[in-house]
Design a protein around this ligand. Structure first.
Ligand SMILES: Cc1ncc(COP(=O)(O)O)c(C=O)c1O
Length: 392
């Protein structure tokens, strides 16, 4: 039988045609396509401004730089996040402050969605003697209550960034992620809900902040430097602050603009797949299935299952069992404070909720190209594992 990969990306025929068109146009780096994609993405998420960049990691670093905090500032993040976020904090010259995942029983169903709670954010901020900024993660497509978490960290929203790498299609209450905090960072990495050959975006309501990002993403050169080789463009530019090389190309933007049109279809398919998994796995017992958020709309970027002791097989053994039978999985995430690179920022007693969750979670394949038959096969293999593990 064909193996089932953890992810498989759909690049639509229209996106491929748009890519060809740009490649043949004589202008392939940041230009009109990127400007158009910025406008369309800002409108899509309900933000005033959008700056397209090379990745979400770059987006977070750029936003931290644009906040102009003193070097060595304390930036709070969940420990259960991607290493790129922590690297961005360090690269911007700051110090990560790791918050634990919610305690069981914390507000609403926040613990079920593997995110920080107001209580764990407050605990982390207190431990650090206060924090200067925070990156809020919408984990797996679940909405985080950005405003409540900002209050818990004792930060104004102007010092809060959102990591919406998983949050394309997520809403907090009835507000689409992208227009709530100072700036929201999106990822168009190929596994994400809007897949592209890499890319990222920042949305913000602050025109001056967007202008700063526009310069910082291209070496710090003044904002219209992208068109300095075009008739009518100016060769003259200035650098007010040193920036990064993190611009999006028009090839990427043309693909993204076309891919965007398929978001409703892809979201509907993700919802169906999640429903199918739920129905087939619910009866097995021993598994904690992902719960929809009570705080808004979950975009189902990931389908994260918790393998409880009652399942009879440990998480690592289940991953190996699935792998031997042609089903690839992943784990989101290894707690950052346990990584050697960030050990200096680990709290002395560790972060027990995140460590306990990490030992038990596994992400099953979930992407629009996944077929019903493939979901059924994944569930059948999980069922075999349950039987092999001694289902009573
Ligand atoms: C939670 C989270 N934040 C940030 C990133 C970084 O995204 P990018 O690959 O676009 O830099 C990822 C990527 O997987 C992620 O999962």
């Amino acid at each position: 039988m064909e193996p089932i990969p953890f992810t498989r990306v759909e690049i639509t025929a229209e996106a491929r045609a748009a890519c060809d068109r740009v490649l043949a146009s004589g202008w392939i780096t940041t230009g009109r396509e990127t400007l158009a994609f910025q406008r369309e993405w800002a409108d899509h998420v309900g933000a005033d401004h959008c700056v397209m960049v090379s990745s979400c990691t770059a987006a977070i670093e750029l936003c931290l730089r644009a906040l102009e905090l003193p070097p060595g500032s304390k930036v709070l993040t969940t420990t259960t996040t991607f290493c790129g976020v922590v690297n961005a904090i360090l690269a911007a010259g700051h110090r990560p402050v790791f918050a634990d995942l919610a305690h069981p029983g914390d507000s609403a169903n926040v613990a079920d969605t593997y995110m920080v709670s107001e209580r764990t954010v407050r605990e982390a901020a207190d431990r650090a003697g206060g924090v200067d900024a925070m990156v809020v993660l919408h984990f797996a497509g679940h909405p985080a209550d950005v405003e409540a978490l900002a209050r818990a960290a004792r930060l104004p929203l102007s010092r809060v960034l959102e990591d919406a790498a998983h949050g394309i299609g997520t809403s907090v209450g009835d507000r689409m992620v992208g227009g709530i905090s100072q700036a929201t960072c999106f990822s168009f990495y190929p596994t994400k809900n809007l897949p592209m050959p890499e890319g990222g975006a920042v949305t913000t309501g602050d025109a001056a902040f967007a202008a700063k990002l526009t310069a910082l993403r291209l070496h710090g050169m003044s904002a219209d430097a992208w068109n300095r080789y075009l008739p009518g463009g100016s060769w003259r530019y200035t650098v007010a602050a040193p920036g990064m090389k993190a611009n999006m190309t028009d090839v990427q933007a043309a693909i993204g603009r076309e891919q965007m049109k398929h978001l409703p279809r892809w979201q509907a398919r993700r919802d169906e797949l999640r429903d199918r998994y739920d129905k087939r796995l619910a009866g097995l017992g021993g598994l904690g299935l992902p719960q929809p958020s009570e705080r808004g709309r979950t975009a189902w970027h990931l389908y994260v299952v918790r393998v409880k002791p009652e399942f009879g097989m440990a998480r690592d053994d289940l991953i190996a069992f699935l792998n031997e039978r042609g089903v690839a999985t992943s784990v989101h995430f290894i707690p950052s404070h346990t990584m050697p690179a960030y050990a200096g920022f680990a709290p002395p007693g560790g972060l027990p909720n995140a460590e306990a969750v990490f030992e038990q979670v596994v992400s099953l394949p979930l992407y629009p190209l996944l077929t019903d038959t493939q979901v059924d096969r994944v569930c059948a293999v999980v069922g075999e594992a349950r039987a092999a593990g001694g289902a009573a």
